[in-house]
Design a protein around this ligand. Sequence first.
Ligand code: 13P
Ligand code: 13P
Ligand code: MG
Ligand code: MG
Length: 371
Amino acid sequence: MGKVTVSLIKADVGGYPGHVAVHRELKSEAERVLSEGKETGVIVDFHVLSAGDDLELVMSHYRGVDSEEVHRLAWSAFEAATARAKELKLYGAGQDLLSDAFSGNVRGMGPGVAELEFKERKSEPLVAFMMDKTEPGAFNLPMFKIFADPFNTAGLVIDPALHGGFRFEVWDIMEHRRVILSTPEEMYDLLALIGAKSRYVIKRVYPKEGHKIDSDEAVAVVSTEKLYQIAGEYVGKDDPVALVRSQSGLPALGEVLEAFAFPHLVSGWMRGSHNGPVMPVSFKDARCTRFDGPPRVVAAGFQLSNGRLVGPVDLFDDPGFDYTRRKALEVAEYMRRHGPFEPHRLPLEDMEYTTLPNVLKRLEERFERVE
Ligand code: 13P
Ligand code: 13P
Ligand code: MG
Ligand code: MG
């Protein structure tokens, strides 16, 4: 058996109601299309999930990253779901499908994509993370904690197999370039970049030379599609997804999840223009209600078995995260009280849309010079 690939591809093809959730008929449409793909051998296994108003396709196959067949299948699933969303007049039906025709790859066409190709180990635990109402840089802090922070990941200190550290591939999404940084040696350089999370985003994490996993085999990946850059205008936030492999020379599953025990502030929330805490929730609680939020993260845990996705386990469906959720709600309440003021509302350059140019134009004549 060659290398297995896990592809997590997502799109918002219509919210129900507003931007809150995904209607179950959209999921059945996607399931119907992916079942056909399984029968015809395009994919080995799949699960259709949802996080907030985002439809999430988790698929496994042996066709590698960026496979035209797999991307075409995902695109067909989104098209079928969009057709149903249009019938139901769901909100923003087809929102993330930015093109009318598939042309070989869904990247750059609206959907978010996270794919990992690897040699399936003797036991292969994998977590699929899905966020709603935020942007790819929201994964910077937890990815850093998982693979580089000894206060999060005990294994970095006490497990000889992790002690060497990891390599981070960071993308500058404005200039369309990337750089690889090694931790712990270059930890401060890495933080100097990824702290600016709207511009520098962690794309992949790799083991170092000498690790039992090949150093060119990514162990974590984040979707980094920037919708507004693709469409040139506001079409919804780029709600990101990520895949993280774990155990046996990688952070333990609990170390991977521990990074989400702190509900850090992320950009997105209402109208993609507000800062708020990201709250880890179960799938049944992944409905963005209050002020279209607060932003959420859900986690589906799998074991791979010869390409089969054994799972999912709803990993944040655990009282162990109640404290984090309570803290997130306190922070949400605190941030909300700022109303239209920064730093709740994003700074002007980061807002998805604004009335300011019009307001300024109208007031132009009334502005007076001051000494
Ligand atoms: P592994 O080294 O087998 O991943 O064990 C670590 C562990 O599970 C600690 O919780
Ligand atoms: P989505 O990006 O999840 O569609 O949310 C858009 C929005 O404007 C929420 O207020
Ligand atoms: Mg939406
Ligand atoms: Mg969304």
